[in-house]
Write a protein that binds this ligand. Structure first.
Ligand SMILES: NC(=O)C1=CN([C@@H]2O[C@H](COP(=O)(O)OP(=O)(O)OC[C@H]3O[C@@H](n4cnc5c(N)ncnc54)[C@H](OP(=O)(O)O)[C@@H]3O)[C@@H](O)[C@H]2O)C=CC1
Ligand SMILES: O=C(CO)[C@H](O)[C@H](O)COP(=O)(O)O
Length: 471
């Protein structure tokens, strides 16, 4: 049934997984919500879910009716694919809006699109917000973490509702206005990049236990479960343990054992990398994770290669569970440190003045990468990052010193026995690169000057020089 209402404080368009959960969350907190969806059937199916909630929810199949039902200045949240559909919906709704209204794209958007859309609305009086939402369906329904980019006007409109529905960490809402235009979506993108790296590292340790220690899913699940109480306490460890304990009803096997080893990806991990590289940065743990998802799709080639390539495995002891826990701890710190470095480069590049500590704080609850470590990261960033690097903060140096022996032993064993661990290897390689005062780029410069007369700087003289190369 479609009703009319003129009191809605917010409109939610897109009643898929995330939009419906956010609309219910808003209504739960007493806000009156107008909802709409491209397929009108979904509206009628959705409305009964909102029965009995504190706020009123009204459904509107027609876009003009939906807009009319929202109190001006309007706040309208879109939870739809942030690609072409978002552009089409902006075009469709723009003529129905008035000055002061705000369109929010709550999807996972490429921040370049968000900047373009903000720019296109400049001067129209209509505000555009790019808001990263993390926490999946459960988070959206009961408390997500939200990263907001847009004008101060739009934030003032959105803030009371966003703070009411956000997850909280010790009473602090996990939502913040991070900057103009694409800032919120950029931060969400990097959040997802870190998420990719963390998930990959967990999968790599799962692989070591499964393939080299011969442990079954249930036993591996117990190992992850044991880590929930320690410094690795986090949502991703929690769901990994639970997923490993879950049984497939059709076969009676562990669910993970019936899933094809081919990972999907919608783009955010790749965007993090592209933007990092564009800024002359490297996020090698995220690159490893994106690459591993790509390689996972080459199932036929890998199955053939298994019989064609000799791993030349060498005898090695199996690292113990404590080493694996420490390996993941060290690598998690290094993965986040790379993510924060990308954020800091973007802040400079786009003039956003991102508050990295606040970002860490709003990731402490509600989002997919929430973990006990995030509170430590937030404190470390608040304390100031030596040379702009999280790994150089005193508390992180201490953590790394304690955990690195485990990472080294795990990586060394994996290298010897032929167990792939691209993200854990990348984490260690980055650590060791950063920890080497005199690196080997002098050799790169020598080669460049030899073949291309590109010149090099000397340590003992100013200016650009060329080598007296033997030819
Ligand atoms: N799922 C997740 O864990 C998370 C998702 N996101 C982001 O949230 C957004 C929504 O995702 P999610 O809820 O999972 O997706 P769903 O697939 O569950 O829902 C998609 C919604 O978008 C609508 N839609 C699709 N194409 C169009 C179009 N051309 N015009 C208008 N509406 C359209 C659909 O309408 P219809 O019913 O008519 O098809 C539906 O309401 C995406 O941008 C996603 O990246 C962000 C964080 C987490
Ligand atoms: O934003 C999310 C979590 O934070 C979404 O679940 C997103 O779809 C995850 O990315 P991908 O589908 O590429 O794994």
């Amino acid at each position: 049934m479609v009703q009319q209402n003129t009191r809605a404080q917010i409109g939610v368009y897109g009643l898929g997984t995330m939009g419906s959960a956010l609309a219910l969350n808003l209504a739960d907190h007493g806000f009156d919500v107008a909802v709409s969806n491209r397929e009108a059937d979904w509206i009628d199916n959705f409305l009964p879910e909102a029965d009995g909630l504190a706020g009123t929810v009204t459904g509107h199949a027609d876009l003009a009716g939906f807009v009319q039902a929202i109190a001006a200045p309007r706040t309208i949240l879109f939870m739809i694919p942030s690609t072409k559909p978002m552009d089409q919906m902006i075009d469709a709704i723009k003529p129905l809006l008035s000055k002061g209204d705000t369109i929010i794209d709550g999807g996972n958007a490429d921040f370049n699109d968000t900047r373009r859309r903000s720019k296109a609305l400049d001067g129209t009086g209509i505000h555009f917000v790019g808001m990263g939402v993390s926490g999946g369906e459960e988070g959206a329904r009961h408390g997500p973490s939200m990263m907001v980019g847009g004008s101060k006007h739009a934030w003032a409109q959105l803030k009371p509702m966003a703070e009411a529905i956000a997850a909280t960490f010790q009473g602090d809402p996990c939502v913040a206005h991070l900057g103009p235009d694409g800032a919120g979506h950029f931060v969400k993108t990097v959040h997802n990049g870190i998420e990719y790296a963390d998930m990959q590292m967990i999968a790599e340790l799962y692989g070591l236990m499964r393939d080299k220690a011969g442990m079954d899913a249930g036993r591996i699940g117990q190992v992850f479960d044991g880590w929930r109480a320690g410094p690795l306490a986090s949502y991703l460890i929690e769901i990994t343990a639970t997923a490993l304990a879950s049984t497939d009803a059709a076969t009676g096997c562990p669910v993970v054992d019936v899933i094809r080893d081919q990972a999907g990806q919608k783009g955010t991990g790749r965007w993090t990398l592209i933007e990092a590289l564009n800024m002359g940065q490297s996020a090698s743990t995220i690159e490893a994770a994106v690459g591993a998802r790509g390689w996972s799709s080459e199932g036929d080639a890998r199955r053939a290669a298994q019989d064609l390539l000799d791993p030349a495995a060498q005898p090695a002891g199996m690292p113990d569970v404590d080493d694996m826990e420490n390996a993941l701890l060290a690598a998690r710190i290094l993965g986040h440190a790379q993510g924060f470095r990308v954020l800091s480069a973007a802040s400079q590049e786009f003039g956003w003045d991102l508050d990295l500590a606040r970002i860490a704080e709003i990731w402490r609850a509600g989002c997919i990468i929430r973990s006990a470590l995030l509170d430590e990261f937030a404190a470390a960033v608040r304390g100031g990052l030596p040379h702009g690097h999280l790994i150089l903060a005193p508390a992180m140096r201490k953590r790394l010193a304690e955990a690195l022996p485990g990472l080294r032993r795990v990586v060394a064993s994996a290298a010897l026995v032929g167990q792939p661990m691209p993200a854990l290897f990348a984490a260690l390689a980055w650590h060791d690169t950063m920890a080497l005062g005199r690196g080997t780029a002098n050799m790169i410069q020598a080669q460049r000057d030899y073949f291309g007369a590109h010149g090099f700087e000397r340590m003992d003289q100013d200016g650009v020089h060329h080598g007296d190369w033997l030819r």
